[in-house]
Design a protein around this ligand. Structure first.
Ligand code: ZN
Length: 339
């Protein structure tokens, strides 16, 4: 979950208008019994007219395969590597279809709007299974379209899959403020649910996923979520980062984010930056130069040493760096800088 740089006008509006006490967009980050509220997220988190970021510049340089169901834009990033992007909903989720010689995986399944499996089946005849980087709602939406689902072996991730998400808790994600364009034909918001599912494979740090002539390494990167994992395709020099990194506001402010673990995880993948050239992120832009990863570590060093430029409102700070932002609660920064 993330968002791009919307600028001064929006921020001023935000300071005047943002009043919601609820900052999470993600029902999986709320208490299990919580109902969605109709209140807006703070402007620093979800700018009014967030869609003004479109078209994001990187897409003009990518090879577009097509638009499916008036909802998914598909790009080929490298041979057997597709980004399936949902530009019309605030999350701007990106799923990745990664194909080997014998089988493929779909890395995350978006927010379940549109028929993701139908898109995948237009792109390949190989058998495909799901790998979730983590289990926030905007990464598991179409999981139930597949029989095989891999997730990191952590109780939080397993529980979220086993619980599913009911229709009431999903409603806010298809309100007007979340949508840029109409929902796809055939989508029924009144019956939209994420049914409970059982993971079929539990992943561990260092596991190798063999696709036949192509291997993905599981790298445990807790912080954004307790059981978050990145996937390294070393032969093709690509790191799939899920929500550990995306070019937008990184959500350090969410109550279930563990910043210390996040920073530690970032150091872990920064130490291996010579093994990948590109980052395939879970949102916004699918093709980001790997040099950004060490800069994320530097950004947190800057914030926690009292530096960096930020806008503040609703107890939040939005720090701006080259290629990404950091959303963090003011009290988190003050606690760090005073210790
Ligand atoms: Zn997430």
């Amino acid at each position: 979950m993330r968002r791009a740089r919307l600028l001064c006008v929006v921020i001023l509006l935000g300071l005047l208008m943002a009043c919601s006490g609820e900052q999470a967009q993600d029902p999986s980050e709320a208490p299990a019994a919580a109902e969605p509220t109709p209140e807006r997220a703070p402007e620093l988190v979800q700018p009014t007219e967030w869609w003004s970021v479109h078209p994001r510049p990187v897409y003009a340089s990518l090879e577009k395969v097509g638009t499916y169901q008036d909802w998914f834009d598909v790009y080929m990033l490298a041979e057997g590597t597709y980004a399936i992007y949902e530009p019309n909903q605030f999350e701007e989720s990106i799923c990745y279809l990664v194909l080997g010689e014998e089988r493929g995986v779909i890395i995350d399944t978006g927010n379940g709007i549109g028929d993701l499996r139908a898109v995948v089946e237009e792109l390949t005849d190989l058998p495909v299974s799901v790998v979730n980087t983590h289990t926030h709602y905007d990464h598991i939406g179409s999981n139930s379209q597949w029989d095989e689902v891999s997730v990191y072996d952590h109780p939080d991730e397993i529980d979220r899959l086993q619980t599913g998400i009911d229709n009431a808790r999903l409603q806010r994600y298809i309100t007007d403020e979340y949508l840029w364009k109409p929902l796809p034909e055939g989508f029924d918001g009144a019956t939209w649910t994420f049914p409970p599912t059982e993971p079929t494979t539990l992943m561990h740090d260092g596991d190798l996923i063999d696709l036949g002539g192509r291997t993905l390494e599981v790298i445990f990167t807790p912080g954004h979520a307790a059981g978050h994992a990145c996937l390294l395709d070393a032969a093709n020099r690509i790191l799939f980062t899920g929500d550990h990194f995306y070019p937008g506001p990184l959500y350090a402010h969410e109550t279930d984010v563990d910043i210390d673990l996040y920073v530690e995880s970032n150091l872990k993948i920064a130490a291996r930056v010579d093994e990948y050239d590109y980052v395939c992120a879970g949102h916004n832009d699918p093709w980001v130069g790997s040099e950004v990863i060490p800069r994320v570590s530097e950004a947190f060093d800057t914030i926690f040493s009292g530096g960096g430029e930020f806008t503040e409102g609703d107890g939040l700070r939005r720090y701006r760096f080259d290629g990404f932002d950091v959303l963090i609660r003011s009290e988190q920064v003050l606690a760090k800088t005073s210790s």
